[in-house]
Design a protein around this ligand. Structure first.
Ligand code: ACO
Length: 426
């Protein structure tokens, strides 16, 4: 049965259709609002705006639920591989054995990068941030693969190419930044093992692949694989809506993710924890600062637009962080600071009233440090994990028969019309 909400204004009434999602989420369809009333809606930051119908990821911020294609993220983090999760997100269902094998073969076949790319990396200024480099290089990939990307088969290859090559490119970028020889991908290694080997293997010290490290990376990437219409994913969809190629759309997602309020928070958390330690370790003082309305400082790794309870990903990340450090017999003083900070913040009335809990970035940096990833590459690690989600969301939006270019409106608050005054008369 069709349901409607009634909008009453200026003595008139209009019926706006109600939309209900498969988990009971409700929305008002305002697509005819302007045509019928002349009004637009105003929703800064889109906090109340659904930009699309999507069947990829479900999250309930009040209950702390996250599911990819219906499967709880907790189950995937325990039982699935990153490759299988990527397949699930992109194709909408778990692969059977043959499909997974074919996908693995395709990833291996596409994992090498053109040697000319090396020259690009070498010419970035030394101070370049890895996220700026990654965003530029993913865009540059289109020049190496100028196919039209219109046929389904071409699109499938482009999607696989991105998953396979961006991983190689990230490791290659790190090696070049250190002045080391590039390590090529090895087909006998898993997706996660290959990345670690390309990052850390050297002719002098062969990389020893440790089960717990591979597992930590697997979980890290699965937890980051998608998160519905966040800032970077919305960028991918919005840029993609102009029917730009997939490389350019993903490049825009990487640029958005770089920001410290989004994926860049994982780097910002470690910088914050380090600073707390350097300044004597007073966590209570930093929590006090975060509450001060006259101070723009925020507790990094805390708070979320959607989660008003503990981020389910942060729960898994925290547990995994403890287990990893214990099994590797690592003592990281930043972990003690993080725990103390969390304890103080979670008891504080400001954080309780504002529903501010640790998000995924709060403990993820400590995991990445234990794996050996340099701090300025943390957000690149997030981007590698988020690739399947961005690809799935781009695919879903481009497959949508009701696809429209994204073009929000505004309420103009500038000057009303006035006449140009020539320079000599001003
Ligand atoms: N520290 C202190 N106060 C905070 C924090 C924080 N980390 N986060 C939100 N608040 C407060 C705000 O000051 C505001 O208070 P007020 O209502 O009294 O003015 C209230 O909580 C709501 O904050 P908004 O900024 O309106 O919330 P929004 O949903 O727009 O922002 C965001 C969400 C950007 C994540 C925010 O919580 C934040 O800046 N967190 C720190 C950065 C961070 O960790 N980002 C990673 C997010 S996860 C991800 O993208 C992968």
């Amino acid at each position: 049965m069709d349901e409607f909400v009634t909008l009453i204004y200026d003595g008139k009434e209009i019926q706006l259709p109600m939309v209900t999602g498969s988990e009971g989420e409700k929305a008002i369809d305002i697509s005819r609002l302007r045509a019928e009333t002349g009004f637009i809606t105003l929703d800064p930051g889109y906090a109340n705006t659904g930009s699309c119908l999507s069947g990829i990821t479900f999250m309930d911020g009040e209950k702390g639920i996250l599911r990819y294609r219906g499967i709880p993220v907790e189950q995937l983090a325990t039982k699935s591989s990153f490759k299988e999760t990527a397949y699930l997100l992109i194709n909408g269902r778990l692969p059977n054995r043959d499909e997974l094998t074919r996908f693995s073969v395709m990833l291996n076949d596409n994992s090498l990068v053109h040697t000319d790319l090396k020259g690009f990396y070498q010419n970035f200024p030394r101070a370049s941030h890895p996220m700026g480099i990654l965003s530029s290089m993913v865009n540059a990939l289109k020049s190496f693969y100028p196919e039209l990307d219109t046929l389904e088969e071409e699109i499938n290859i482009t999607m696989t190419r991105l998953l396979a090559k961006v991983r190689t490119m990230a490791a290659m970028s790190y090696k070049i930044s250190r002045g080391h020889e590039i390590v090529l991908p090895r087909p006998e290694l898993t997706y996660c093992e290959n990345f670690l080997n390309m990052m850390f293997d050297t002719p002098v010290t062969p990389y020893e692949i440790k089960r717990e490290v591979v597992n930590a990376l697997r979980v890290f990437w699965i937890l980051h694989a998608d998160h519905e219409q966040n800032c970077s994913t919305s960028s991918v969809r919005m840029v993609g809506s102009a029917r730009v190629n997939l490389y350019a759309a993903i490049s825009s997602g990487i640029a958005a993710l770089w920001g410290p309020l989004h994926g860049g928070a994982n780097q910002a958390v470690i910088e914050m924890l380090t600073k707390i330690q350097e300044e004597g370790g007073d966590c209570a003082k930093i929590v006090q600062r975060a509450k001060d309305r006259n101070d723009p400082f925020r507790l990094m790794g805390f708070g979320h637009r959607v989660y008003k309870t503990y981020d389910p990903r942060a729960k898994i990340m925290k547990k995994m962080c403890d287990e990893l450090l214990e099994s590797m017999q690592i003592t990281d003083p930043l972990l003690d600071t993080a725990r103390e900070l969390e304890e103080i913040a979670l008891k504080d009335p400001y954080f309780i009233d504002h529903h501010l809990y640790p998000n995924i970035d709060f403990y993820s940096g400590i995991v990445l440090r234990a794996i050996g990833i340099p701090t300025n590459m943390f957000t690149v690690m997030f981007a590698l994990g988020r690739l399947p989600g961005w690809i799935a969301q781009w695919k879903e939006s481009t497959d949508d028969p009701k696809w429209k270019i994204s073009r929000p409106r505004q309420i103009y608050t500038g000057n009303q019309e006035y006449d140009y005054v020539p320079l000599h008369a001003r």
